[in-house]
Design a protein around this ligand. Structure first.
Ligand SMILES: [Zn+2]
Length: 113
């Protein structure tokens, strides 16, 4: 959850589960000055990453269910997966934004002070 270029400056305004600043990204890095929002609507692309993370989580949960709890009822499985997804949604939202910007910004050791 740090700046993709220097790995030092904070990326988010607050913790992913701090609901007053949910997923809010800082304007720029305090350490290296990287402007996080590269263009208007830049983080809309992170929705694709968020979707992929959600699907990966649900598939993983379903495979774990098949292995460890094969007799669990379909409705119970579905409700459990939805509850887990809802509780992890803020984390997935934050992860999707940091993954998205890391696609476009590479680490640069020159900015590590
Ligand atoms: Zn930085």
């Amino acid at each position: 959850m740090k700046c993709p270029r220097c790995h030092i400056g904070d990326f988010f305004e607050g913790h992913p589960y701090q609901f007053s600043t949910l997923g809010e990204v800082k304007q720029s890095c305090k350490n290296c000055g990287l402007k996080y929002s590269r263009e208007p609507g830049f983080f809309q692309g992170s929705y694709y990453v968020s979707y992929a993370l959600g699907v990966a989580l649900l598939v993983t949960l379903f495979i774990l269910k098949l292995i460890f709890l094969p007799s669990l009822a379909y409705l119970t499985t579905l409700l459990s997966m939805v509850i887990i997804l809802v509780f992890l949604a803020p984390l997935l939202f934050a992860l999707s934004k940091i993954i998205w910007i890391n696609i476009f910004v590479n680490y640069d050791s020159r900015f590590k002070k």
